[in-house]
Design a binder for this molecule. Structure first.
Ligand SMILES: *Cc1c(COP(=O)(O)O)cnc(C)c1O
Length: 421
């Protein structure tokens, strides 16, 4: 559920009509609803009620400073995957003891920075990384809190580019080798074993892969304890999917996910960590765009809009679908026709949807791409010298620009021409 609804025929973000934001900030622009972010956090919090838990928001889904502040104020932790994300989480005021550091290729510099600034745990994904982390920590006179990310060899049944829990994926340590690697970890003076971690993929629309992975994790936890390790935390990763096509698909709710957690690992006495990104941010944002032209092609019509693949790359990258809706609701019975909705970028991949039955729109009409709050703005680029897409946060009847659109001068002056050229 989100807070983007029609009121008197006009799409609003909470109490703010979207045409007002378009008029003030221009288009394209991402618009987020603070209430929706809060609601999604609360759904997870309620789903895990009764179990000791920490929700570590995966900031790679949407890492705007204002979003991080909002999550931090709720008491959320943060899951980071780079030194840059770590620095930004700290800049947003997130304390180190609520930051989990994930990622398959952490550098020694990144490890050092996190150990220096404070860190809840590193989720380690390989033996070379384990050894390096141990060395870095010893050199600093510290012990690095560590969970091993295990790869449970479970098919997440999601898009191949975002499935991470099969043995052929680059992520984690094969669960069959985990006991051996934990034994190595326990022998390292710079390492403090605190838990076990798993993350099997993103946009999961079925609970069965979670259940299979968490059961394997529970078995592993019992085995590791029998081996003498202290396992006090289980990090279950993120991955719960969201509905991208309103009405047609209904992924499981956080409540049902919580039941799976309870059933599989609830009796182990561990603190549960989860790392949701998409479910928190996805439906908390839309991409607001304006129609440039309706172009009649041979046998098909193209709705050319001012948002493009550089602003929202998911359709081009993952064949993802986003509902596209007119901001002003058409009169009942108004004409509809199939169109390809495309951006102005010089790539055929710059197509958001093909042959989509939509109300007939024309120049200057506003449209909204729904469910664009996660993996939208964070993946944006300035390809074709298009300014990095701005972001707006709405709360009730207020809104603010939380990242401004750069001017052409700012963009041009970032480049430097060497004197000798
Ligand atoms: C991407 C990622 C997440 C978040 O996944 P969502 O599908 O957005 O919930 C969590 N943990 C790790 C390690 C990730 O790489």
């Amino acid at each position: 559920m989100d807070h983007f609804d029609y009121r008197n025929g006009v799409l609003h973000a909470e109490d703010v009509p979207l045409p007002e934001i378009a008029a003030t900030v221009g288009t394209p622009v991402y618009v987020y609803s603070a209430a929706t972010f809060r609601r999604h956090y609360q759904l997870f919090d309620e789903a895990l009620a009764g179990m000791d838990h920490l929700i570590c928001y995966a900031m790679k889904a949407n890492g705007n400073l204002a979003v991080l502040k909002l999550m931090n104020d709720l008491g959320a932790g943060v899951d980071v995957v780079s030194g840059g994300e770590y620095a930004k989480a700290r800049a947003a005021g997130v304390p180190g003891e609520r930051i989990v550091f994930s990622g398959v290729g952490k550098t020694r510099d990144e490890m050092r920075a996190a150990l220096e600034g404070g860190i809840r745990q590193f989720n380690v994904e390989s033996e070379p990384e384990l050894l390096a982390l141990g060395e870095v920590a010893v050199a600093m006179g510290l012990r690095a809190p560590m969970a091993l990310r295990v790869n449970p060899d479970v098919d997440a049944r999601t898009h191949a580019k975002i499935a991470t829990g099969k043995s052929e994926n680059k992520f984690g340590i094969p669960i069959s080798r985990a006991r051996e690697v934990y034994a190595r970890a326990a022998a390292l003076p710079g390492i403090e074993v605190v838990g076990v971690d798993v993350h099997i993929g993103s946009q999961l629309t079925d609970l069965a892969p979670f259940e299979a992975a968490f059961e394997k994790l529970a078995d592993l936890t019992r085995a590791l304890r029998a081996d003498g390790h202290v396992i006090s935390r289980l990090d279950l990763g993120g991955g719960l999917g969201i509905p991208y096509d309103q009405g047609n698909s209904m992924p499981p709710q956080p409540h049902d996910y919580g039941e799976v957690v309870r059933r599989t690992v609830g009796d182990l006495g561990c603190e549960i960590e989860i790392e949701p990104g998409r479910l928190i941010a996805g439906n908390a944002g839309i991409l607001l765009s304006r129609v440039i032209w309706l172009k009649h092609g041979e046998g098909r019509d193209f709705l050319i809009v001012d948002a493009a693949m550089n602003d929202l790359v998911r359709p081009a990258m993952y064949e993802a679908y986003h509902d596209i809706v007119p901001v002003v609701q058409p009169a009942p019975g108004a004409a509809r026709a199939p169109v390809d909705v495309v951006g102005p970028v010089c790539e055929t991949g710059d197509t958001f949807v093909r042959g989509c039955e939509m109300p007939v729109l024309g120049s200057d009409d506003l449209i909204a791409f729904r469910s664009a709050g996660a993996y939208g703005a964070v993946m944006a680029s300035e390809y074709n010298m298009r300014p990095l897409v701005p972001e707006v946060m709405v709360s009730g009847d207020q809104f603010a620009v939380i990242r401004a659109r750069p001017s052409f001068d700012e963009m041009i002056n970032r480049d430097k021409v060497p004197e000798w050229l």
